[in-house]
Design a protein around this ligand. Structure first.
Ligand SMILES: [Zn+2]
Length: 256
């Protein structure tokens, strides 16, 4: 079980944004595990890939395959979307979020979703990350420039985003109304169990569900040099210094 995650057999149409990163992958696993013996429960998966994050669809497909192997549960449909406006590290967070909204809206127009899941977490603070970077510089970084590259990645952190989460003004469960293209509406729940916590909550979920070895190493969220973001399963290289990699070192103590 994942703390604060909505799981109730009365809900039959489940939607999830699965990026193939650590957070959404363990939520997807928990969902499939919970519904594995319920053929009436339909899971609709959405994945956005962007020019700057080109590996997501491939990674998500692989996570679906692995989770299917363990649970026997597969999605009813996997929706994918390529967002061309998110094309560099400097692309605003809004362009990424807008793409997610777009694909989610496609799903929710086709299906009356009961619960929509996503794996958003709060970032750990720079007060935690900077000492971690110093430690990595002494232990795992092969080249001296990697320490500075890691520091630079933490500078890009958006303080407003952090505040909006850490001020606890977003509950892990939200009651929402979806407006269809034709103007009609339906109610659904938003479940983002990690929203008020950082990656440590994700680590705890993997540990509690016994998937630290069997699922975590296959997840991928690195935004190092885009030419290196070529997903090929468990052997995929992570840069080690982007914010996503730092979070993995912070919570899991290793990249994969
Ligand atoms: Zn990275």
């Amino acid at each position: 079980m994942i703390d604060n995650m909505v799981l109730d057999k009365k809900y039959k149409n489940l939607g999830i944004h699965l990026s193939g990163g650590a957070d959404s992958s363990i939520i997807y696993y928990a969902l499939c595990e919970f519904y594995k013996d319920d053929p009436d429960a339909k899971i609709y998966v959405a994945t956005q890939q962007t020019v700057w994050k080109p590996a997501y669809v491939e990674a998500a497909k692989n996570i679906i395959k692995i989770v299917g192997m363990y649970t026997g549960k597969y999605p009813e449909k996997h929706y994918t979307h390529v967002n061309t406006s998110h094309n560099s590290r400097e692309s605003p967070d809004e362009s990424y979020a807008a793409g997610i909204q777009e694909i989610r809206s496609v799903v929710q127009n086709e299906v009356d979703i009961d619960v929509w899941y996503n794996g958003v977490t709060s970032n750990p603070s720079v007060d935690v990350l900077h000492p971690l970077i110093d430690k990595l510089a002494k232990t795992v970084y092969k080249e001296p420039w990697m320490r500075q590259a890691a520091i630079d990645c933490t500078i890009g952190m958006n303080p407003e985003r952090e505040q909006s989460f850490t001020k606890a003004n977003r509950s892990p469960v939200g009651h929402k109304t979806f407006v269809r293209k034709d103007g009609s509406t339906y109610q659904y729940l938003n479940s983002h169990p990690f929203v008020q916590q950082d990656k440590m909550a994700t680590y705890k979920a993997y540990k509690d569900l016994g998937m630290l070895e069997d699922l975590y190493p296959w997840t991928f969220s690195c935004e190092g040099p885009v030419e290196n973001q070529n997903y090929h399963g468990i052997d995929t290289e992570h840069c080690g210094y982007c914010l996503f990699c730092l979070e993995r070192y912070y919570a899991f103590g290793k990249l994969r």
